[in-house]
Design a binder for this molecule. Structure first.
Ligand code: SOE
Length: 379
C-alpha cells in the first residue's frame, strides 16, 4: 500500500487547518494513496512536540531543512509566514518533493518567479492554498458562469472584511511587519479576492489602488516592550479592468468593525448576477433576467445537492451544511488525486505568480497614483 507522506512546516492556525484536512481527506474521501502525517516542524521544540502529539504527527523537527532532506517525505506543506515560503519551496522542489504553500505565495513577483521555475524544473506537483476555490458555492458559481447563466460579465465587486485591528491597542503581530508578511490586508486578504477573480472572471489587465495604515505603531507584549512601527497597509482598495472588458471594484481591510471574516463577491453579467458571501458559505444568490418578469428576483441556492459540485459525491449527504475547514479538506483531496494520478492541480504556482503580479501592480499604483498594467510573464 502506498501513502503520500507529508512534512508540514508550521503548526499554528493554518497548521491545524491543514492537519485536519489530511486526516479528514483519508476519512471522507478515502483517496487511493492516503496521507500519512510523517513530520511537523516548528522552531520551538517543546511546542512543536506538543503539536505533534496532539494532532497525531509521527515525529517533529525544529529545522525545516531536516524535513526537506528526509527520504520518507513526499510532500512539503508550507504554512509559515510569507518570508519563509521561497527558501522552503525551492529546497523542497530541488529535493524532489511536491509542494503546497499557503498564500500569498511569496513576498514579491521576483521570488514567485524563482519558485515557479524551481517546481517546473523539478517536475513536482505544486499548489497554492487559495482555499476559497474549494467552497462548493464557489465551485457552483464557476460552473454557472461556464454555462453562461449570467452571460457576459460586466462587474465584479468584492470585499474581504475583518476587524481584528480596529482596536488601536491590539498588539503588534508578524502580519504587521512588511519584511515578514510582504504586505498587510492586501497580501493576506486581497490575495484571496484576486485568485477568485481570476478563477471566476478572468485575467486582470490594469489596476489603480489606494492604501492606508490607520494605526502606525502598536504595543509589543502589552506595552512592556514599548511599541513597534506597523510597516504594512491596514486597508487596500483598488479598481481593475479585466482582459475581457469587465471591471472590478475590490477592497480588503482589517478595520471593518463588526465584520469578522466577510469574503463577499458579486458578479453582474448580461443575463444575470451571482453573489457569494462567505458568512453564508453554503448559499449562492442567483438572479436571472430570463425569468418571467413578474417572478424575477434573487433566489437563494442552498448548495448541498449532489449535482451542484463534485465534493458532495464522496461523503456529504444532500441537505447537510459544511464549514470553513471543509474547503481545506476538498483542497487536500484534489492534491492527493493529482499526486496519485500525476495530473495537474490548480491553483498552482503559476496562479500564485499571477496573483502576486496583480498585487504588485496595485502596490506600484499606490506609489505612482496612476493606473498600472499587470505583468503576465513567467520569467
Ligand atoms: C487572517 O487574516 C486569515 O487567517 C487569513 O490569513 C486567511 O487566509 C483568511 O482566510 C482568514 O483570515
Amino acid at each position: 500500500m502506498t501513502y503520500i507522506k507529508v512534512g508540514l512546516i508550521g503548526y499554528k492556525f493554518m497548521g491545524k487547518a491543514h492537519t485536519q484536512a489530511y486526516k479528514n481527506t483519508n476519512f471522507y474521501f478515502e483517496p487511493q494513496d492516503p496521507f500519512q502525517l510523517k513530520a511537523i516542524c516548528g522552531r520551538n521544540e517543546e511546542s512543536v512536540k506538543a503539536a505533534a502529539h496532539t494532532y497525531g504527527w509521527e515525529s517533529s523537527e525544529t529545522d525545516w531543512r531536516s524535513v526537506v532532506e528526509r527520504d520518507d517525505i513526499d510532500l512539503i506543506d508550507i504554512v509559515t509566514p510569507s518570508n519563509t515560503h521561497k527558501d522552503i519551496a525551492i529546497a523542497a522542489a530541488k529535493a524532489g518533493k511536491h509542494v503546497l504553500t499557503e498564500k500569498p505565495m511569496a513576498l514579491n513577483v521576483s521570488d514567485a518567479k524563482e519558485m515557479l521555475k524551481a517546481v517546473t524544473d523539478a517536475g513536482v506537483q505544486h499548489m497554492v492554498s487559495f482555499n476559497y476555490r474549494r467552497v462548493p458555492a464557489i465551485a457552483l458559481a464557476k460552473r454557472m458562469i461556464a454555462e453562461a447563466r449570467i452571460g457576459n460579465i460586466y462587474h465584479m465587486r468584492a470585499h474581504y472584511l475583518q476587524d481584528w485591528l480596529a482596536d488601536p491597542q491590539s498588539p503588534f503581530a508578524w502580519r504587521l511587519d512588511k519584511n515578514v508578511a510582504g504586505s498587510g490586508a492586501h497580501g493576506d486578504l486581497n490575495a484571496h479576492i484576486v485568485d477568485l477573480a481570476r478563477y471566476l472572471v478572468g485575467e486582470f489587465a490594469e489596476v489603480i489602488g489606494m492604501s492606508e495604515t490607520f494605526v502606525k505603531e502598536r504595543p509589543v507584549d502589552n506595552g512592556k516592550e514599548g511599541k513597534r512601527d506597523v510597516t504594512v497597509d491596514d486597508t487596500t482598495l483598488f479598481l481593475a479592468r479585466f482582459d475581457n472588458g469587465a471591471v472590478g471594484n475590490i477592497e480588503a481591510t482589517r478595520y471593518a468593525t463588526g465584520r469578522k471574516n466577510k469574503n463577499y463577491i458579486e458578479i453582474n453579467g448580461s443575463r444575470g448576477s451571482i453573489v457569494f458571501d462567505f458568512e453564508r458559505m453554503n448559499e449562492l444568490q442567483f438572479f436571472s433576467n430570463e425569468d418571467e418578469e413578474h417572478v424575477q428576483g434573487y433566489r437563494t441556492i442552498l448548495v448541498t445537492e449532489p449535482d451542484a459540485h463534485d465534493y458532495m459525491k464522496a461523503w456529504w449527504p444532500p441537505g447537510h451544511l459544511i464549514g470553513y475547514e471543509h474547503a481545506f479538506t476538498h483542497q487536500a483531496n484534489d492534491l492527493a488525486d493529482a499526486i496519485t494520478r500525476q495530473k495537474p492541480v490548480y491553483p498552482n504556482f503559476e496562479d500564485g505568480l499571477r496573483c502576486q503580479q496583480v498585487l504588485e501592480a496595485v502596490e506600484n499604483s499606490v506609489k505612482t497614483r496612476t493606473w498600472e498594467m499587470v505583468e503576465k510573464s513567467n520569467g
